[in-house]
Design a protein around this ligand. Structure first.
Ligand code: 5AD
Ligand code: SF4
Length: 449
């Protein structure tokens, strides 16, 4: 068999795409290697959400050049969002590239590699086919996937929101949902292979069911249906968008026992003028109202978010509104970013007016503020018993296992006769950042499964 080296940058969607490419290539005679030096095919699955991510990738390709010089048969491919956005222009920037393949063409990876081997010519595959439905067909022998206790399942791709700062609508295209039946079948198969927790994945999962389906199903209906599949013990989804959050979805949190007590709901800013400039389509108060509704229907729900500081024109007072909103919601964790202009987005036409040192300072303040919020919540877990789904081994001193609790805190734990896939009760004895640590509680044991 030939060998493929695969490196992934960016979000969970990219991780899922890489897994899919690995599987498709396996059917075409490639096994995965972790040594670039031995590979017949090197694929770098890229991210272009911020400038830093992009720079990293160009420097990486510089380092790959000697391998290509040593082995001219090596195929070097760049996939993912940067491939979609830059397309053919990349051949000018990285002349030793053989393949440029956008996220919409993941299913064609093996075919593309075969074509390059036959013709010896570079190939660029980044056009959109708007008529094509979103489908991830089942492959023979997909047992290769080994899902683990917690498994991601793509349900929707693309984004129609066009937030002013974001490249995703350009790199991932329009929102398209997968047929529900295909999703249920994939979940049944994952459960057969040992998965206990299913995390539904998409840029904007709560827009599910709006476009691209022959038999539309609303997102909350999808959740109720999945909860009925035997063997699914925990259910989550990410990422969602405030404006698409329906009352029915709030009630689903209340009514579906296995829907875990955590929601990732990006807010980006706490200031109405900035939110409007960002074209988010809601005010800070509307976001807070939604959070209040969620908290009243599902007490104890934990919320995490994405935040951008230093958006063009953001003043110190407007930035302060973001810190205030974080405080009001009490996020358990946040992904925090300094604004980075992305070519082709509306915001990139505005002067990037907040100086870098000010952006940096605001980012630091946001990180410190979040650390305080996280610590306050971590304190509340001390001495309590929490349920953990064991996902794997940990190398941290004194704790042999790792997993997550329902509120999506990372958990490190130890105790007798634990194995992957168990749900165990852990008495929390310490914490560090967004990680809780403890031992199996003596009184309680949710049961080896
Ligand atoms: N600059 C900084 N952060 C960004 N994000 C998206 N685009 C940009 C940008 N141009 C952040 C948003 C989004 C997350 C995935 O990345 O917070 O929710
Ligand atoms: Fe980007 Fe906005 Fe779509 Fe999220 S909702 S992917 S930030 S355009």
């Amino acid at each position: 068999m030939k060998e493929v080296y695969l490196d992934t940058y960016g979000c969970q969607m990219n991780v899922a795409d890489s897994e899919r490419m690995e599987l498709l290539l396996f059917h075409s005679g490639y096994t995965r290697t972790h040594e670039k030096e031995n590979a017949d095919l090197i694929l770098i699955n890229t991210c272009s959400i911020r400038e830093k991510a992009e720079q990293k990738i160009f420097s990486l390709f510089g380092h790959l050049k000697p391998l290509k010089e040593k082995n001219p048969d090596l195929i070097l491919g760049l996939t993912g969002c940067l491939a979609q956005q830059e397309g053919e222009r990349l051949l000018g920037k990285v002349p030793h590239l053989d393949l440029i393949l956008g996220p919409d063409h993941v299913e064609n990876i093996a075919h593309a590699v075969d074509c390059i081997r036959e013709t010896g010519k570079p190939m660029v595959w980044n056009m959109w086919d708007e008529r094509k439905n979103y489908s991830i067909p089942k492959l023979e022998n997909s047992s290769l996937r080994h899902p683990g206790a917690s498994a991601f399942v793509n349900i929707i791709k693309g984004c129609d929101k066009f937030c002013s700062f974001c490249v995703v609508p350009f790199t991932r295209g329009r929102e398209k949902s997968r047929e529900a039946e295909e999703i249920y079948n994939e979940i049944r198969q994952l459960v057969d292979q040992g998965a206990k927790e299913i995390i539904l994945l998409g840029q904007n999962v709560n827009a599910y069911g709006k476009r691209g389906m022959d038999r539309p199903v609303a997102f909350h209906e999808l959740l109720y249906d999945i909860a009925e599949i035997p063997g699914v013990e925990r259910l989550r989804f990410t990422t969602s968008y405030p404006r698409d959050f329906t009352r029915e979805l709030v009630l689903a949190y209340r009514d579906i026992d296995i829907l875990m007590n955590h929601l990732h709901l990006p807010v980006q800013s706490g200031n109405d003028r900035i939110l409007s400039d960002m074209r988010r389509g809601h005010t800070a108060q509307e976001y807070l109202d939604l959070v209040a509704m969620l908290k009243s229907e599902t007490p104890g729900i934990s919320l995490s978010t994405d935040i951008i500081v230093g958006y063009p024109g953001e003043t110190e007072e407007e930035f302060q509104d973001t810190l205030d909103l974080m405080q009001q919601v009490g996020f358990s964790s946040s992904f925090m970013f300094a604004y980075s202009p992305r070519p082709g987005t509306p915001a990139a036409l505005l002067p990037d007016s907040v100086p870098e040192p000010a952006k940096h300072e605001r980012l630091q303040k946001t990180i410190e503020h979040q650390a305080r919020l996280t610590e306050t919540q971590a304190q509340c877990f001390l001495g309590k018993d929490v349920e953990v789904l064991i996902e794997g081994r940990s190398s941290k001193n004194g704790y042999e296992w790792k997993g997550r609790n329902p509120e999506y805190w990372r958990m490190l734990c130890s105790g007798p006769s634990i194995k992957v896939g168990d749900r165990v009760k852990i008495r929390v004895e310490a914490f560090s950042g967004h990680t809780l640590m403890g031992k199996v509680s003596k009184e309680e044991f949710a049961g080896a499964l």
